[in-house]
Structures are given as structure tokens and as C-alpha cells.
Design a protein around this ligand. Structure first.
Ligand SMILES: C[S@@+](CC[C@H](N)C(=O)[O-])C[C@H]1O[C@@H](n2cnc3c(N)ncnc32)[C@H](O)[C@@H]1O
Length: 210
């Protein structure tokens, strides 16, 4: 695991309340919208990569999904999410602390029906990191499974949390995933940070070929 990255994210999550984070969403509406297009069964697995303290996990539990995996490089982030959920709900989630660029545990997962990543891929600037992300995704997502990726769009910020990001559009995401993945839907979405400042994202939904 990259210690400097882990420390970076742990420090941010330790310093701020969850609803002070620039990426905080009370209701993860665009993710919910794309998830509903997947039409998966409630017992199929949904993996939130770089979940942080995201309310997407709350949504999954509240909707009755029973096979949820939340993973992040920051244990502090996942602990904050666990605390918010409370013991009973938290115990229904599988928690994995792992670095998606040097995965130890995630790469052993199989048959994932939905891979959800909001604002993680765009932090991976090195080719080697991106390729590790992709090879892990290909091990983990089942054939016919879905991939939801949200990243800062080409109109979006060039930095987040002090880190440089790579901006994407739907074509760049499609090229990154490769021809085994079909683009089913995409849209631009403007997230408003707690300060009210707009933050343009691209959201894209892909399906892996059978
Ligand atoms: C901008 S936040 C988004 C969090 C969450 N997806 C959301 O929408 O609220 C980026 C998240 O990615 C996590 N992260 C960054 N680099 C990572 C890596 N290499 N492996 C796993 N998680 C990572 C951070 O700890 C952080 O929680």
C-alpha cells in the first residue's frame, strides 16, 4: 500500500467532518440513477471502490442490497462510514482497506455485478497505477457485469484535495476500459461542494460483454 497516499487520505478524513468534504453528497443521486439502470438483483454484489465515507453505501443498504463491499485506502474513512451506519447496518457490509493501485485483497474478489467508483480513478496519474486498476477491475467484475465511473470532467477542476487529477470524458473512459465494455449511458453532472462552488463530473455506465 502506498503509505504516503494512505496518510494523505487518512489526514483529510481525520481533520474534517464527512459533510465538510468537498465531494460530500447527501443523496448520491447520479450514482443511484445509473445503478437503477443495471437492474441487478438485490443479492448480487456491489463493490464501491474508494468508498470513503460515501452515502452511496447507506443507499445500497436502505434499498435492501445484501452483498455490499466497501473498500478504501483510508481506514479512517471507512470507520467514519461504519460509525454513521451503526453496528447493525455496518455488519451487513464487507469492509476492505486496500490500495487499488497495489491491491492485496480486492483482487481476490470475483463475480462482482457492479463496480462503482466515484472520484477515485481520476487520482491515478501514472500508467502503471491505471493498468493495475484496470487489471483488478477485469478480475473482479463478472461477464455481463456493470461498471459505473464518475470522474472530474474535461470542464472540471484540475486538482482535488491538493492532488492533481486526470480529467475524463465518456470516450476517454471507454477507451480506458477497452472493447470488452460497452458504454450504456453517460451524462455530465455538476456537483455542488459544501461551499456552493460547482464541480463538473462525467458519469458513465458500462457493461462488460458476456
Ligand atoms: C474524492 S474521495 C471520493 C469518496 C467516495 N467515492 C465518494 O464519492 O464520497 C476519493 C476516495 O478515494 C480514496 N482513494 C484514493 N486513492 C485510493 C487508492 N489508491 N486506493 C483506494 N482508495 C483510494 C480516498 O481515500 C477517498 O476516500
Amino acid at each position: 500500500m502506498s503509505n504516503s497516499m494512505k496518510e494523505h487520505w487518512d489526514e483529510i478524513y481525520a481533520a474534517l467532518d464527512v459533510d465538510e468534504l468537498t465531494w460530500y453528497e447527501e443523496v448520491p443521486e447520479p450514482s443511484i440513477r445509473l445503478l437503477s439502470e443495471c437492474r441487478i438483483n438485490k443479492d448480487e454484489s456491489v463493490l464501491d471502490v474508494g468508498a470513503g465515507a460515501s452515502t452511496f453505501v447507506d443507499h445500497l443498504i436502505n434499498q435492501g442490497f445484501s452483498n455490499i463491499i466497501a473498500t478504501d485506502i483510508s481506514e479512517i474513512a471507512l470507520n467514519k462510514l461504519k460509525e454513521r451506519l451503526g453496528k447493525e447496518k455496518a455488519s451487513s457490509v464487507r469492509w476492505i482497506v486496500d490500495d487499488i493501485t497495489q491491491p492485496i485483497h480486492i483482487q481476490n474478489l470475483r463475480d462482482t455485478a457492479v463496480w462503482h467508483d466515484r472520484a477515485v480513478l481520476h487520482f491515478l496519474l501514472e500508467e502503471k497505477q491505471q493498468q493495475m486498476y484496470l487489471s483488478t477491475l477485469k478480475k473482479v467484475v463478472k461477464k455481463g457485469g456493470y461498471v459505473i465511473i464518475a470522474a472530474f470532467s474535461l470542464k472540471g477542476a484540475k486538482k482535488c484535495s491538493g492532488l492533481t487529477v486526470k480529467n475524463y470524458d465518456q470516450n476517454m473512459l471507454a477507451k480506458f476500459l477497452g472493447e470488452d465494455f460497452s458504454l450504456l449511458d453517460y451524462f455530465d453532472y455538476t456537483h455542488h461542494m459544501p461551499s456552493g462552488q460547482p464541480m463538473p463530473y462525467i458519469y458513465a455506465l458500462f457493461q462488460r460483454d458476456q
